[in-house]
Ligand binder design. Structure first.
Ligand code: UDX
Length: 437
C-alpha cells in the first residue's frame, strides 16, 4: 500500500521504516527541512537498535522516501498517519496544536478517499476533533479518521513494531477498516478493532497501568526496607501469579522517560476534564516522587552532609539501551545532589552526548568509564541499570573510591557480592544488612 507518515520523529520514522520493511511504499514527511535533508543523506537523527540499517535498506530498495511537503504526503498516500508530538502543557494536559495544524494542512490536499490515522498519543475524543477540523476546511473531502495508537518502547522500538503484542484499530467505517487490515496484513499479531474513543483511551489506560505497577512495587519496597524483607523476592512471589505477571515489578528510583510521566499527567487531566477525577493516578505520581526523595535521604543519611562530597553516578539515560535523557530520574537525581553541593562525576555508556546538552552539564564532571567516575568518590550511585555496570572490576572500584558506599537505585547488583568486595551496599527495598552466608 501507499502510506504517508506526517511527522518523522521517534514514532513516525520508526513506524515508516517498519512499514517499508514489510513491503509498503512509504513517504515520511516532516516540516523540519534540516531533518529531511539529513535523512535524504542517510543520516538517522535518533539512536534505536536496527533502525539505521532498516532505513538505509528500504531507501535503497525504493520503498522509503522523505519529503518536507505535507501536500505531497497527503496526495501520494492511501493512508495518512499522523505522528507529530503531543507535548504536555504546564497543567499536565496535552498540547494538541501540532495535531490541529496537521489536520488543517491535510484537509485541502485530500483529492480522493483517504484514511487519516492518528498514531500520536492523544486524549480520548481527539479523533472526533480531527474529523471536525478536516471537514471544516474541506467540507467535500472523502475521508475517515482512525485511531491506531503506538505501544513501542524506546530501545526496542523496531522489535516492538515488527512483533507487537497487539494492534489496536479504532475505526467507525468498514471502508477504513478494510484499508487498515491491509496495512497490518504482513504483521503476525492479534488485531483488536474498537470504536475510535476506546482505542484512544487504551493508550493512556495502558501506560498509566504500567506506571501504577511500578509505583505499586516501589511502595512495597519502602515497606520491605522498614520490615527487613527483600523486594526482589516479594516481586518474584507476586509475579508468579499469572494474573499479575513479573514484568514491570522492578523497584527502583522511579519511572521516567518521555512517555509515562507525560501520559499519566495527561490521563489525570483528561479524567478531570470529563468530570471523573482519577485520584489513584495522583498517588502513583506521588509514590514516584517519594521514591527519589527516599533515595536522596538515604544518601544524605549516610554521608551526613552532601556539600563538597564527591559522588559517582553510573547511568544518566532514563533506562538502559537508550541515549535518551528526557525526563530521566537519573538527571533529577543528579540535580538534587548538585543542589545540595555535591560534586557529581557521571558516566553513561550511550547518553553522554545528550547529557552534555543538559542545563546542568556545566556543573557535572563527565567521565570516560565507570571506574574513572568512581575514582575518589565518597559514594557510588547506580541510577540506570546498564548491564555492563554489573561486569566492572569491583575490587578496582573499591580501591579507587575514598569510601566504600554504594547506593544501587536499580537493584542491579547482588548485595552479598558487594559486601564481599568490602562495600557498604544499599539497594532499593532490600534489607541493608543481609547475612554473609
Ligand atoms: C513506555 C511503554 O512501555 C510503551 O508501551 C509506550 O509506548 C511508551 O512508554 P518507554 O518509555 O520507552 O515505553 O520505557 P519503558 O521501558 O516502559 O520504561 C519506562 C520507565 O519505567 C523507565 O524509567 C524505567 O526505568 C521504569 N521502569 C520500568 C521501572 O522503574 N521498573 C520497571 O519494572 C519497569
Amino acid at each position: 500500500m501507499k502510506l504517508s507518515i506526517i511527522g518523522s520523529g521517534y514514532v513516525g520514522l520508526t513506524t515508516g521504516a517498519c512499514f517499508a520493511e514489510v513491503g509498503h511504499e512509504v513517504l515520511c514527511v516532516d516540516n523540519d527541512e534540516a531533518k529531511i535533508a539529513r535523512l535524504l543523506k542517510g543520516e538517522i537523527p535518533i539512536y534505536e537498535p536496527g533502525l539505521s540499517e532498516m532505513v538505509l535498506r528500504n531507501v535503497a530498495a525504493g520503498r522509503l522516501r522523505f519529503t518536507s511537503d505535507t501536500h505531497e504526503g497527503v496526495r501520494s498516500g492511501d493512508v495518512i498517519f499522523i505522528a507529530v508530538p503531543t507535548p504536555p502543557q504546564a497543567d499536565g494536559s496535552v498540547d494538541l496544536s501540532f495535531i490541529e495544524k496537521v489536520a488543517r494542512e491535510i484537509a485541502p490536499a485530500i483529492d480522493s478517499y483517504k484514511v487519516v490515522v492518528d498514531k500520536s498519543t492523544v486524549p480520548v475524543k481527539t479523533g472526533e476533533k480531527v474529523a471536525e477540523t478536516i471537514r471544516r476546511y474541506a467540507p467535500d473531502a472523502d475521508f475517515d479518521v482512525v485511531s491506531n495508537p503506538e505501544f513501542l518502547r524506546e530501545g526496542s522500538a523496531v522489535a516492538d513494531l515488527m512483533q507487537p503484542d497487539r494492534i489496536v484499530i479504532g475505526v467507525n467505517s468498514d471502508r477504513a477498516l478494510a484499508r487498515m487490515q491491509k496495512v497490518y496484513e504482513p504483521f503476525v499479531a492479534p488485531v483488536l478493532v474498537t470504536d475510535i474513543n476506546s482505542a484512544e483511551l487504551i493508550k493512556h489506560a495502558a501506560n498509566s497501568f504500567l506506571a501504577l505497577k511500578i509505583s505499586y512495587i516501589n511502595a512495597v519496597s519502602a515497606i520491605c526496607e522498614a520490615s527487613g524483607a527483600d523486594v526482589l523476592k516479594v516481586a518474584e512471589g507476586i509475579g508468579m501469579d499469572k494474573r499479575i505477571g513479573r514484568s514491570f515489578l522492578n523497584a527502583g528510583i522511579g519511572y521516567g522517560g518521555s512517555c509515562f510521566p507525560k501520559d499519566l499527567a495527561a490521563f489525570i487531566a483528561i479524567a478531570d476534564d470529563l468530570g471523573v477525577p482519577f485520584d489513584l493516578l495522583k498517588e502513583v505520581q506521588h509514590i514516584n516522587t517519594r521514591q527519589l526523595d527516599r533515595f536522596v535521604k538515604a544518601i544524605r543519611d549516610s554521608l551526613w552532609v552532601l556539600q563538597e562530597k564527591t559522588i559517582a553516578v553510573w547511568g544518566i539515560a532514563f533506562k538502559p539501551h537508550t541515549d535518551d535523557v528526557r525526563c530521566s530520574v537519573a538527571v533529577d537525581l543528579v540535580e538534587r545532589l548538585l543542589a545540595e553541593g555535591a560534586r557529581v562525576r557521571v558516566h553513561d555508556p550511550k547518553a553522554m552526548d545528550k547529557a552534555r546538552q543538559l542545563p546542568i552539564a556545566g556543573r557535572i564532571e563527565f567521565c570516560e568509564s565507570p571506574e574513572e567516575a568512581a575514582t575518589g568518590a565518597e559514594a557510588l550511585v547506580i541510577a540506570t541499570e546498564w548491564p555492563e555496570y554489573g561486569q566492572v572490576d569491583f575490587a578496582a572500584v573499591r580501591a579507587a573510591m575514598q569510601a566504600p558506599l554504594v547506593f544501587d537505585g536499580r537493584n542491579l547488583l547482588d548485595p552479598l557480592t558487594m559486601k564481599r568486595f568490602g562495600f557498604n551496599y544499599r539497594g532499593i527495598g532490600r534489607a541493608p544488612a543481609l547475612p554473609l552466608s
